[in-house]
Design a protein around this ligand. Structure first.
Ligand code: SF4
Ligand code: SF4
Ligand code: SF4
Ligand code: SF4
Length: 766
């Protein structure tokens, strides 16, 4: 996937090529509904307006839709804002032509008349000079074209030109292929079996017949195409039979007459239509539209005139007309075929071919409308396609992922393995979209439903196979031995839970088996133990008996694995007589609160809540000054999922010397680090990750420290800082670590009162 960044210049680039109504469009969709060629999968022209208005350059580049429009103009009629979608599609095709062309010439020719006329004149001059200096003997007592311009020279020149133009055109087509297919894997056989689609549409433009009611436009264009394809075949492939001096009849002459007649007729008809401006397709004419038509007309006219003077037996007239004819025909081909108007004849069938390939390359989804309805109810079908979910999704910063589109494909019962099954793995279950959806749709449940069926079909992403196996065999996703679960804490006070203590500390697997950069999660865990010990909190751990809380298995759709882990932990807690669980990770916190039916009578507390409470009660007194600018990254599972925003901030603000600076995306709008929902095991395929986006945002505040309170976040942010090479500018610290630094451990504190959780923490009681 590519970056989906916004390009503010996009609209003006397309405007320069003829789009004049981008501000008029208010996205009502009438045009798409009116268009006879728009389909559910390839919806246009409204979508193209949206890309242009928002500056979504990458999206526009991978869109085949502008080529699928044949300019019938039906969309213009239904636009309530008087916009001209058909012409905007035309302008977008011009823009795309300039983007496919790697030489940059197409852009120059479309935007500058000086360049276009200059290039045409230069090629014409080249042709004329070629004949001035290299013509054959001039015979004046009879017409001898083959002596003036020996046919084998002309044939060589034609073939060389044909090869050069094909090379330009095909290399541009290759770029178009890459942009549109956007990494879609297509079986080789499909290229062969679908080749007929390209050939058929190239020769006939039959798709145009479905566009609008007036079929005569298609017919005129069709005979024009047959005319110049015939002519090009005659002059490139059959020139030895076509360029003859004797006037004996040959079948090639018949084809020559056909081509000349059709080219003449079609160009005259098109001139008329462009001048009258009655038909939608010819109401607006860019200079490039006129130029191609004029060149084609004069190529035909000079061909006819040369033929006439040859027939009346005027040798010099014939040679001069021959050179003039080529001085128009060659520039037309050289400039217009790869860089100008002509190329649409190639790009259109190619777009149809690629669209067909793409549609056939995708396989069936593991879900359909009925499956998802069964799993999560019908509420998701109330989606009004407002796009809020996609707009707030942090992945919009680094990918083109859209959960709205996933939902839409399911709701329209057209889910495919690519558009739904693969796409759903992108989500980090950060809850931002769920919080902001105006219809209250449980989008994470939708993601879980898809993942569940994909996983059930054995199609789990490869990177998740090892953690799942480890969860099943070792009770943690890090391949750590259960007997080593307490190794991380061997130098810190972590007593066994005996049933006497107030809290049972549950260690996150990521803390227990931390292999991350700088072992940041373990440092955070040890800081917590020292603080609890210092404050006299009564706690212990069940350590080696613990299994993973099941959050990862649950979010990646491995419901059976999650259920097994939940059962083991529930039995463990209940057997040990646990009344209060203290969690290090917000993922464990949410899991115990929301997914553990058997722990309804147990109180679940996150470490930041308890530390905040201990400070308020005077059991922890931060005294040492930490002269640091700190920004706080809200872990999604602590903030949006559990509603805990104040406790970690209270802790930071209680530390003398700390200046807390908020990032723009904080609290309810916090950006996700990408670690949840299996994201920690996903990798970023070499692209910028959400962690890097977050580190950049933190750097923008001028902070020296990113404080956070989640082992996943610590791991991801540390990794991103290392990858970006900004470790000297910014560090990641758990709030407990910062707090510990400001506490004087040597100072004896009075016995704390029994800690009672405040009203703000009520929601975490189960
Ligand atoms: S009909 Fe007009 S206003 Fe509505 S989406 Fe199309 S171009 Fe925009
Ligand atoms: S011009 Fe015709 S084919 Fe093109 S978008 Fe409008 S209605 Fe569709
Ligand atoms: S925010 Fe809700 S209503 Fe809007 S597109 Fe997303 S799921 Fe649909
Ligand atoms: S949960 Fe977060 S990552 Fe997933 S789609 Fe919603 S906003 Fe994006």
């Amino acid at each position: 996937m590519k970056n989906n960044s916004i390009d503010p210049n996009l609209a003006s680039e397309v405007k320069e090529l003829g789009a004049s109504d981008l501000e008029a469009c208010y996205q009502c969709g009438n045009c798409a509904a009116a268009c006879p060629l728009s389909t559910g999968e390839n919806t246009f022209p409204r979508k193209i307006y949206r890309y242009l208005q928002l500056g979504l350059r990458d999206k526009l580049l991978e869109s085949p839709e502008p080529w699928l429009c044949y300019y019938c103009g039906d969309c213009n009629i239904d636009c309530p804002r008087g916009a001209e979608p058909a012409e905007t599609m035309m302008a977008t095709r011009r823009w795309l032509t300039t983007q496919y062309d790697w030489t940059g010439l197409a852009k120059r020719f479309y935007l500058s008349e000086a360049w276009e006329f200059g290039a045409l004149a230069a090629v014409a001059l080249f042709v004329i000079l070629l004949f001035v200096f290299f013509h054959g003997p001039i015979i004046t007592d009879r017409v001898a074209v083959n002596t003036f311009a020996p046919v084998h020279w002309v044939e060589f020149g034609d073939l060389a030109m044909g090869a050069l133009l094909s090379a330009f055109l095909l290399s541009n087509a290759y770029r178009m292929y890459h942009l549109i297919m956007n990494g879609t894997k297509v079986p080789r056989q499909l290229f062969i079996s679908e080749a007929k689609t390209f050939v058929l549409h190239f020769l006939t433009q039959m798709r145009w017949r479905k566009c609008g009611v007036d079929k005569s436009k298609w017919f005129t264009h069709f005979i024009l195409v047959t005319g110049y394809l015939t002519m090009m075949s005659l002059i490139i492939v059959f020139i030895r039979w076509f360029q003859v001096d004797d006037s004996s009849w040959h079948i090639s002459s018949l084809f020559g007459y056909y081509a000349t007649a059709t080219l003449f007729y079609a160009t005259v008809m098109m001139f008329r239509s462009r001048l009258e401006k009655k038909d939608a397709i010819h109401r607006f004419s860019h200079i490039s539209d006129w130029l191609f038509l004029i060149l084609l007309f004069f190529t035909t006219l000079t061909g006819i005139m040369m033929h006439l003077v040859r027939l009346i037996g005027w040798p010099m007239g014939t040679y001069v007309m021959y050179v003039i004819h080529l001085a128009i025909a060659v520039p037309m081909l050289v400039i217009e075929v790869p860089f100008g108007k002509w190329s649409h004849l190639f790009y259109r069938p190619l777009a149809i071919f690629l669209t067909t390939l793409k549609a056939k390359a995708v396989g069936a989804s593991q879900v359909d409308l009925a499956t998802v309805r069964h799993d999560i109810g019908e509420n998701f079908e109330s989606c009004m396609q407002c796009g809020t979910c996609t707009g707030v999704c942090p992945y919009g910063e680094v990918t083109t992922f859209s959960l709205r589109k996933v939902l839409r494909d399911i709701a329209l019962d057209r889910a495919s393995d690519v558009s739904v099954d693969e796409a759903s793995w992108t989500c980090a279950t950060c809850n931002n979209c769920v919080e902001q959806c105006p219809r209250g749709i449980g989008l994470i449940d939708l993601v879980k439903s898809v993942r569940h069926h994909v996983a059930k079909a054995g199609l789990l992403p490869e990177t998740l196979a090892t953690p799942v196996q480890s969860l099943q065999q070792k009770g943690n996703p890090w391949d750590g031995k259960p007997e080593n679960r307490l190794d991380w804490s061997k130098d810190a006070p972590l007593p066994a839970f005996t049933g006497e203590q107030e809290y049972c500390l549950f260690t996150c697997c990521t803390t227990a088996y931390d292999t991350g950069t700088g072992k940041g999660s373990q440092k955070a865990g040890i800081a917590l133990l020292r603080l609890l010990d210092h404050a006299g909190v009564s706690y212990g751990t069940l350590g080696t008996k613990e299994s993973c809380c099941g959050d990862l298995a649950d979010k990646i759709g491995k419901a059976d694995v999650a259920a097994d882990l939940k059962r083991k932990n529930t039995e463990m807690f209940l057997e040990a007589g646990v009344g209060k669980i203290l969690t290090v990770s917000p993922h464990c916190l949410n899991s115990f609160i929301k997914d553990y039916e058997g722990l309804k009578k147990v109180t679940i507390t996150h470490a930041t809540e308890l530390l905040d409470e201990l400070i308020q009660k005077g059991a922890i007194v931060p005294v040492n000054r930490l002269e640091q600018k700190v920004t706080y990254h809200d872990p999604c599972y602590l903030g949006r999922h559990a509603g805990i925003y104040e406790a970690p901030r209270n802790i930071l603000q209680a530390i003398p010397g700390v200046t807390l600076i908020e990032m723009q995306n904080s609290r309810e709008r916090s950006y996700c680090c990408g670690g949840g929902g299996g994201g920690l095991w996903k990798g970023s395929n070499g692209q910028e990750s959400l962690g890097e986006v977050r580190v950049k945002e933190a750097l923008g505040t001028g902070a020296q420290v990113i404080a956070t309170a989640c082992p996943y976040c610590i791991r991801i942010l540390n990794y991103s800082i290392a990858k970006m090479g900004v470790g000297k500018q910014i560090k990641v610290r758990d709030v407990a670590e910062l707090l510990l630094e400001s506490v004087d451990l040597a100072k004896h504190l009075p016995e704390p009162e029994k800690i009672t959780l405040g009203v703000s923490q009520e929601y975490s009681h189960v």
